[in-house]
Design a protein around this ligand. Structure first.
Ligand code: NAD
Length: 506
């Protein structure tokens, strides 16, 4: 395992390689302490933004907007194309920062950067496809059309667990849509943010785009709040806990801003009697224990048919017990550390609560000794008698609750019986059952899969969830429309006044 000094040196090198100026590091003034969960220690400090600076930053982004909105979208796409090239060139380096700051295993950290490259590709294509429609007018000599225009400054607030990908989903799409971005990353991942900002600044300079189209605010909730309340932030895209969304959403609504909320999940998989259990076991283990249970799409509930419950749970117990927990830089490690002590405490409190509720921890849950400071936990598999109390909440740690069912209606009632609505899966070989799961009275989530787990979405689809997950959609499909304003135009070329609906006004 690397020491604190090794990690600090590696992080310094990575920042230099990515082009982050030395002036970003600071020991006094407003600072943020960059930390690593691999050693549970501070690495070094970076310059932070004071809340009172936010006004000027948003103002600079807004000035850039006035020019950027007039640059043709395919030309805007060139900045994103260049960003994708730079990310490809620096994939390993940025992945190092992701592992250092949030503890993702190597393969997942590289996957996160790959996701950034993929969304850049998608956004570049999109820059030539921001289609509006032409509708038949009811009046002769009239044309009715809609066009999509840039919206304004997009504020992005992101969570620690996808420290770079969520930024790229928002930023690549916002930029081709003609919107500048002001980013307030998680206070737990400032180094990742500095790396992304440096690469994008380079792409902006090389393509001759206005400087101000990307701005970084490093800080905590107070800085985030200044962005939330700023009247010039046209769209606030906020990713994080439901608690955060509950605070942020009403504030943006009160000033008639637009918000895109990507909040907590409590995702479940249903395993039916006809399921291929080999497929189910591997998919469930990745969904529940991958990223140490710290994905919004992590699987937190298993709803298994009583006829296959013993066999499946037995196999999962073995798989959980043999999961390699340890240094995320080491090949073969599948579970890295929890992000901090608070996460570990929340996990222990949840396990205690579930025991009081009559649940039984079948395997895992304890702190793993990996020969380093930091909070490594063994993923826990917990049988619960009912779905209530702590099972209804998102605990951001690797705990999988097991519930059983006897018919599909009961499984669906359990599945939908939580307040979050992000991601779902069913394992079945029965097509009718799979279709029912995807039907209007099936899973009530934004993402629903068949024979596939809850996590690991591709960027081509629109990503997001319902209920307390916030209702936002980002990434692929038509999510770009959230970053633009629609203008409906009527063009009268008939030379005479004709009112709609046959109204006669003399
Ligand atoms: P968090 O809510 O603690 O913080 C997220 C971000 O919001 C941080 O940048 C934080 O500084 C900021 N923030 C918090 N309160 C704020 C406030 N009142 N005003 C302005 N900004 C505020 O979340 P976290 O611990 O970083 O991340 C884990 C949570 O994020 C989980 O609930 C997870 O499910 C969720 N998440 C959701 C998605 C999704 O797409 N649905 C993706 C990733 C993470």
């Amino acid at each position: 395992m690397r020491t604190r000094d090794d990690l600090a040196a590696l992080a310094h090198d990575a920042l230099r390689t990515l082009g982050v100026p030395d002036s970003a590091l600071a020991e006094d003034g407003p600072v943020l302490r960059a930390r690593s969960p691999l050693v549970d220690a501070e690495l070094f400090s970076v310059r932070a933004t004071a809340p009172e600076e936010v006004d000027d930053v948003v103002d600079a982004a807004h000035r850039a907007f006035l020019d950027w909105r007039l640059v043709p979208a395919p030309v805007r796409g060139r900045v994103v194309k260049r960003l994708g090239e730079l990310l490809t060139e620096h994939k390993e380096t940025l992945a190092d920062l992701v592992t250092i700051e949030v503890g993702k295993i190597r393969s997942e950290a590289l996957g996160e950067v790959q996701e950034m490259i993929d969304i850049c590709d998608l956004a570049v294509g999109l820059s030539r496809q921001l289609y509006g429609r032409t509708m038949p007018s009811e009046r002769p000599g009239h044309r009715l059309q809609e066009v999509w225009h840039p919206l304004g400054v997009v504020g992005v607030i992101s969570a620690f667990n996808f420290p770079v990908a969520v930024w790229s989903w928002n930023t690549s799409v916002a930029l081709v849509c003609g919107d500048p971005v002001v980013w307030k990353p998680s206070e737990l991942a400032p180094l990742c943010a500095l790396g992304c900002d440096a690469l994008l600044r380079r792409a902006i300079a090389e393509e001759g785009a206005p400087d101000g189209i990307h701005q970084l605010l490093l800080g905590g909730r107070d800085v985030g709040n200044a962005l939330v309340e700023h009247p010039q932030v046209a769209l606030l895209s906020a990713t994080g806990s439901t608690r955060m969304g509950r605070e942020v959403g009403p504030k943006v609504a009160a000033r008639f801003g637009r918000s895109l909320l990507e909040l907590g999940g409590n995702n479940a998989v249903v395993v039916a009697p006809s399921a291929n259990l080999d497929l189910a076991v591997s998919s469930i283990v990745f969904a529940a224990a991958g990223t140490a249970g710290q994905r919004c799409t992590s699987m937190r509930r298993l709803i298994v048919h009583e006829s296959v419950a013993d066999e499946l749970v037995g196999r999962l117990e073995k798989a959980f017990a043999s999961l390699p927990v340890g240094d995320p830089f080491e090949e073969g490690t599948l579970v890295g550390p929890l992000v901090n002590e608070r996460a570990f405490t929340a996990m222990q409190e949840a396990l205690e609560a579930v025991r009081i509720q009559g649940g039984e921890v079948l395997v895992g849950g304890e702190r793993a000794d990996v020969g380093a400071d930091g909070y490594w936990a063994r993923p826990a598999l917990v049988r619960v008698p009912h779905q209530d109390g702590i099972v209804l909440q998102e605990t951001f740690a690797p705990i999988l609750y097991v519930l059983t069912y006897s018919d599909l209606d009961e499984a669906l009632a359990l599945h939908n019986g939580v307040s979050q609505g992000l991601s779902a899966g069913i394992f079945t070989s029965d097509q009718a059952e799979a279709e029912r799961f995807l039907a209007p009275d099936g899973a009530d989530t934004g993402i629903a899969n068949v024979n596939s787990g809850t996590s690991g979405a591709e960027i081509g689809g629109a990503f997001g969830g319902e209920k307390e997950t916030g209702g936002g959609r980002e990434s692929g499909s038509d999510a770009w429309k959230g970053y633009m304003r629609r203008s409906t135009n009527t063009i009268n070329w008939s030379g005479v006044v004709q009112l709609a609906q046959g109204v006669d006004f003399g």
